[in-house]
Design a protein around this ligand. Structure first.
Ligand code: F6P
Length: 483
C-alpha cells in the first residue's frame, strides 16, 4: 500500500478541504489561547506552532499518519542501532556520538560508546595541545592557523558551528575552511598564513572525494614549498576519516588520524571526529556542552509522546504544507548573525536526506518528499526577499529562529532586531487589510499595492541565548525533523 492509499492520508485530504479557507485571524479569534495550546518548551527551546495553518484536529490527523507509518518504532530502531539504512545495510547512529548518558549503544552485540569516547579523548588531547601551544610545527613554532579541508558534511557542519560559536572561541587562533575545487577558495583561505604556523585538517569520510583530495594535495605543495622536507607533513596534517589506508598513503601519520565509522552519515557527522576544528576553536569544555545540547534533544525525540515531540511536529507540519498546500520550499530565518551559515548547513541535512523520488523500498513515490530549504539571517533577508514571502503568489512556510538575549548588549540593536523578528511573524500571519490601510490614510489608488493578505504560516523558535547547548539542541531538532 502506498502512503496515499492509506485511510490516514485520505482523512488529511478531506480535512484540507475543510480548513484551507480558514484564516489564521479566524483561528486566533475562535481559539484565543491558541498560542499556549500549540507551543512546546523543552531542551533550551520554546517552539510556537500557533501561526501555522493547522488546527488541533490537523495535528491529530497528522499524528495518525505518523502512527500508521510506525514512526515511534522507527525512531526506536534508529537509536537501537538497527540497520535502517537499507541501501547501504548500515546502522544510523549519529545519536551515539553525543550520548552523554551511561546507556550503552549496542551494535552487532558490542557497545560502541568506548570507541566513541576514545576518539573524543584523542581529539581533546590534540585540541589542548594546539590551544596551549605545546603542539609545535616543523620549525618549532606553535600553531596559529587551523585549516579544515573537506566538503559537504565534512565542511558545512564544522564551518557553520565555528561561525555560530565564534563568541566562545579562542580568538588567537584562525580557523578557516576550504571546500570548493575552485582554486580561488584555496588561494584566498591560505592568503596571509605562514605555513610554519598552520595545521591542516583533512576531513573526508572516504578520503577519495575529488575536491578534498585536490585541495589537500595543493595544501601539501604550499607547505612543502616553504618547509622543504616531506617529514614536515606529519606535524602539519591530521586526518578525519574512516579510510586508514588512504590517509597513510597521503603521508599523514596514522597516529594523527581521528577515526569515525560507516554508521555516521556525512551530513550527521559534526559531533564525530569531523568536529575537530570546532573543538580546537571553542575548546573541549564547550564542545562537551554542544554535545549535551544535542543529547538533550535526542532524548526528547526518543522519549516524548509524538504529540509533544518538537521534531516530530515540525516534520509533520512540513508534510502538511509540502503535500496538501503544495508549498515547495521552507525558509529558515535565523535572527542572529552568528547563525548566518545555518540555512546552507540545513540545505544538505534536509535536501540530501529527503531529496528522493523513490520510497525506502525503491518504489517511485506519488507524493512530495523533501522541501527546498533556503534562507538568510534576519534582518538581511528582510531587505532582499521578504517582499515575495509577504505579497508574492507562493506559500512559503518560515522558521523564525531567535534569542531573547543577545551576546552583545550594544545600545538598542537587539531590541530592534527582535522587534523585527516578532513583527514579521505577526504581519505574515495577520496581514494588513483595507481598513488598516484606510486608517493609515493610504490613497485609494495605492490600496491594492499595499494590501498584505496575511495567512502566511510561520513557526517561532526561541531560546534564551545562543550557547553551545542551545545550538546543539537546535541542530538535533532539525536532524530529527528530517528523520
Ligand atoms: O556529495 C556527496 C557526499 O558523499 C556527501 O554526502 C558528503 O558529505 C560529501 O560527499 C563529502 O564526502 P567525504 O567526507 O567522504 O569526503
Amino acid at each position: 500500500m502506498t502512503l496515499k492509499d492509506r485511510v490516514e492520508w485520505k482523512n488529511l485530504e478531506k480535512h484540507y478541504q475543510e480548513i484551507k479557507d480558514t484564516s489564521l485571524k479566524e483561528m486566533f479569534t475562535s481559539t484565543p489561547d491558541r498560542a499556549n495550546r500549540l507551543s512546546i518548551e523543552d531542551c533550551h527551546w520554546f517552539v510556537d506552532f500557533s501561526k501555522n495553518r493547522i488546527s488541533e484536529k490537523t495535528l491529530e490527523l497528522l499524528l495518525d499518519l505518523a502512527n500508521a507509518a510506525d514512526l515511534k518504532n522507527q525512531i526506536a530502531a534508529m537509536f537501537k542501532g538497527e540497520r535502517i539504512n537499507g541501501t547501504e545495510n548500515r546502522a544510523v547512529l549519529h545519536t551515539a556520538l553525543r550520548n552523554c548518558s551511561d546507556r550503552p549503544v549496542i551494535l552487532d552485540g558490542k557497545d560502541v560508546m568506548p570507541q566513541i569516547n576514545a576518539v573524543i579523548g584523542k581529539m581533546e588531547s590534540l585540541a589542548g595541545q594546539i590551544r596551549d601551544q605545546s603542539w609545535k610545527g616543523f620549525t618549532g613554532k606553535p600553531i596559529k592557523n587551523v585549516v579544515n579541508i573537506g566538503i559537504g558534511g565534512s565542511d558545512l557542519g564544522p564551518y557553520m558551528v565555528c561561525e555560530a560559536l565564534k563568541h566562545y572561541s579562542d580568538r588567537s587562533l584562525q580557523v578557516r575552511f576550504i571546500s570548493n575545487i575552485d582554486a580561488t577558495h584555496l588561494v584566498e583561505q591560505l592568503y596571509g598564513l605562514n605555513p610554519e604556523e598552520t595545521l591542516f585538517i583533512i576531513a573526508s569520510k572516504t578520503f577519495t572525494t575529488q575536491e578534498t583530495m585536490t585541495n589537500a594535495e595543493s595544501a601539501k605543495r604550499w607547505l612543502l614549498e616553504v618547509l622543504g622536507e616531506k617529514a614536515a607533513v606529519k606535524q602539519h596534517f591530521v586526518a578525519l576519516s574512516t579510510n586508514k589506508e588512504k590517509v597513510t598513503e597521503f603521508g599523514i601519520d596514522p597516529a594523527n588520524m581521528f577515526e569515525f565509522w560507516d554508521w555516521v552519515g556525512g551530513r550527521y557527522s559534526l559531533t564525530s571526529a569531523i568536529g575537530l576544528s570546532i573543538m580546537i576553536a571553542i575548546g573541549p569544555d564547550n564542545f562537551k556542552k554542544l554535545r549535551s545540547g544535542f543529547h538533550a534533544m535526542d532524548e526528547h525525540f526518543r522519549t516524548q509522546d509524538l504529540y509533544q515531540n518538537i521534531p516530530v511536529l515540525m516534520g509533520l507540519i512540513g508534510v502538511w504544507y509540502n503535500n496538501f498546500f503544495g508549498s515547495e520550499s521552507t525558509a529558515v530565518l535565523p535572527y542572529d548573525q552568528y547563525l548566518h551559515r545555518l540555512p546552507a548547513y540545513l540545505q544538505q541535512t534536509d535536501m540530501e536526506s529527503n531529496g528522493k523520488g523513490v520510497d525506502r523500498a525503491g518504489r517511485p513515490v506519488d507524493y512530495q518528499t523533501g522541501p527546498i530549504i533556503w534562507g538568510e539571517a534576519g534582518t538581511n533577508g528582510q531587505h532582499a526577499f521578504y517582499q515575495l514571502i509577504h505579497q508574492g503568489t507562493k506559500l512559503i512556510p518560515c522558521d523564525f529562529i531567535g534569542f531573547a538575549n543577545s551576546l552583545h548588549d550594544h545600545n538598542d540593536h537587539h531590541h530592534k532586531l527582535m522587534s523585527n523578528y516578532f513583527a514579521q511573524q505577526e504581519a505574515l500571519a495577520f496581514g494588513k487589510d483595507e481598513d488598516d490601510l484606510k486608517k493609515e490614510n493610504t490613497p485609494e489608488t495605492l490600496i491594492p499595492f499595499k494590501l498584505f493578505e496575511g495567512n502566511r504560516p510561520s513557526t517561532c523558535l526561541m531560546s534564551k541565548r545562543l550557547t553551545p547547548e542551545s545550538l546543539g539542541a537546535l541542530i538535533a531538532l532539525y536532524e530529527h525533523k528530517v528523520f
